[in-house]
Design a protein around this ligand. Structure first.
Ligand code: AMP
Ligand code: MN
Ligand code: MN
Ligand code: MN
Length: 273
């Protein structure tokens, strides 16, 4: 079974439509695919429709931005009820905040002397605007070699396009996902600016707030990261998840690419779906 529980479309900062994403997943032999756009459920209906003639199973999901001790944490909600009103209302609010944030970032970069930002972002965004849209525009116009480099040079803390974001709290995000019938999972735990000790504290708080899983197999998490995270998941009684965090066709990531590199004991998030 090929399982991928973390992917994006052009409704957040991915580049494929939900239909293209599902088609690509089918081509790559993915059996279970969760669509988890940042702070939105916009692409899910289309993904389910596109999956119709195929045997692939679509899990409705979302990647919620939240804060723990000033650090932005990404929490995946799997199998959420898309009609759950409090979830929809909260995500509508986040969309407005993100649109306002995009306007502020546009002003900052324009003031810094970069032309055409508003138009460049407007052309890309179909749903939720994010910092990667700005990074792609900057790279496209030659202000940085790659979007990744543009991110570091322009969008990170202390850089000309930085804007502090006020997300909901970690506990609030876990409760929101639980109340919508979903399974809360911490995304890419090794990608935060947190020591292992702090990751442990964060996961403990997450578990106490109703959290159920943590990603152990993600594309950029190597074998030793996986060993560390699998142990921690066991210790804290969290289920282990697997997701590529696919955003676009590229050399270093693919749908269904993330896999357990070590034999894992313990519960799997995919068994809870
Ligand atoms: P946002 O949610 O708008 O603050 O943007 C966060 C998103 O930007 C992440 O989900 C990634 O897709 C992307 N991102 C974050 N850091 C980097 C980086 N160093 N290089 C490329 N993309 C990044
Ligand atoms: Mn992203
Ligand atoms: Mn993320
Ligand atoms: Mn993601």
């Amino acid at each position: 079974m090929k399982i991928d529980l973390h992917t994006h479309t052009y409704y957040s900062d991915g580049v494929l439509s939900p239909t293209e994403l599902v088609q690509r997943a089918v081509e790559k032999g993915v059996d279970v695919l969760a669509l988890t756009d940042h702070d939105t459920l916009m692409g899910i209906d289309e993904a389910i429709l596109a999956a119709g003639p195929h045997s692939i199973k679509i899990i409705p999901g979302v990647e919620v931005s939240c804060l723990w001790r000033e650090q932005t944490i990404h929490m995946i909600g799997l199998n959420v009820d898309m009609t759950h009103q409090p979830l929809r209302e909260k995500l509508d609010g986040v969309l407005k905040d993100r649109q306002e944030r995009a306007e502020q970032i546009t002003k900052k970069l324009t003031k810094f002397g970069i032309p055409g930002v508003e138009e460049g972002i407007f052309r890309q965004v179909k749903g939720v605007p994010g910092r990667l849209h700005f990074a792609r525009y900057l790279a496209d116009k030659g202000y940085a070699a790659t979007p990744g480099k543009a991110f570091k040079q322009y969008m990170a803390r202390g850089k000309p396009g930085y804007f502090k974001s006020e997300w909901m709290s970690l506990a609030e995000a876990a409760t929101l996902i639980r109340d919508a019938g979903g399974i809360p999972v911490i995304a890419h735990p090794r990608r935060y600016d947190l020591t292992l000790k702090k990751i442990t504290s964060m996961l403990e708080e997450f578990k106490a707030a109703g959290g159920e899983g943590v990603e152990v197999a993600t594309t950029n998490q190597n074998k030793s990261d996986q060993i560390i995270m699998a142990r921690l998941a066991m210790q804290l009684d969290l289920a282990m998840s697997i997701g590529s965090d696919f955003h676009e066709p590229c050399a270093y990531n693919e749908l269904g690419k993330a896999s357990f590199l070590v034999p894992v004991e313990g519960r799997l998030v995919s068994d809870l779906l």
